[in-house]
Design a protein around this ligand. Sequence first.
Ligand code: SF4
Length: 265
Amino acid sequence: MKEKEQYIIPIFVPHLGCPNDCTFCNQKSISGQTKKITKREVKQTIEKYLKSFKEEDSYKEVAFFGGSFTGIEKEKQEELLEVAYEYIKNKKINSIRVSTRPDYIDKDKLKLLKKYGVKTIELGVQSTNDYILKRCKRGHTFEDVKKASKLIRRYRFELGHQMMIGLPESTKLDELNTAKDLAKLKPKIIRLYPVLVIKNTELEKEYKNGEYEPLRVEQAVERCKELYYFFNRKKITVIRMGLQSTDLICSPENEKSEVVARAIS
Ligand code: SF4
């Protein structure tokens, strides 16, 4: 039998009030340029995408990307979720997914997401090595990842993990160990993101003064390939490898085969 076509309706949630300072993230410069998303914009985006989908009988999902969704104030989360939930009730979309940080998960936050029909929660893990997490100023530990992952599964959400490849001082072995740690937490899906050096980040400074050496494209591909096979053997689906090019990020190929991106400004 032919599988249903799957469509994602991406809704970019700016990094509203993220108090963190991960060295690879340029959220401060992004948030300076991005106004708050409104429910009207969510509705317009959903309508626009629904009109563009060819297959009537498809699986459609609204995905709130680009920030730590459960770190947004509760009223704003409800405002955005209410719009998407209406489409679930009217059977025009099938599910909702959000992405967030491991330390922004607790029972109350999960109850709120449940109320509005969220099916999948993706956690930005990046690494399970506490030294590497600290080195990147992530502001959470592997313990937070374990607690959040267990709670998400206990509340019967589909669990997703996002990990990064080539973080400062992270070796191939560290990444394989991260993959093993994550597999034990039983995520359903994984995203693998090789590090991109983005303009106006602390990582860019480290790169320029020689403290950080990015992976070459071939190294990033090789490491992702091994992790892909590892997760495949564990029956965990890798749904994405690498960031999408956006208006803000140009292709790494432009930088003589180093995984480097620059904001176009
Ligand atoms: S990566 Fe996420 S948590 Fe870290 S600074 Fe950026 S938005 Fe905040």
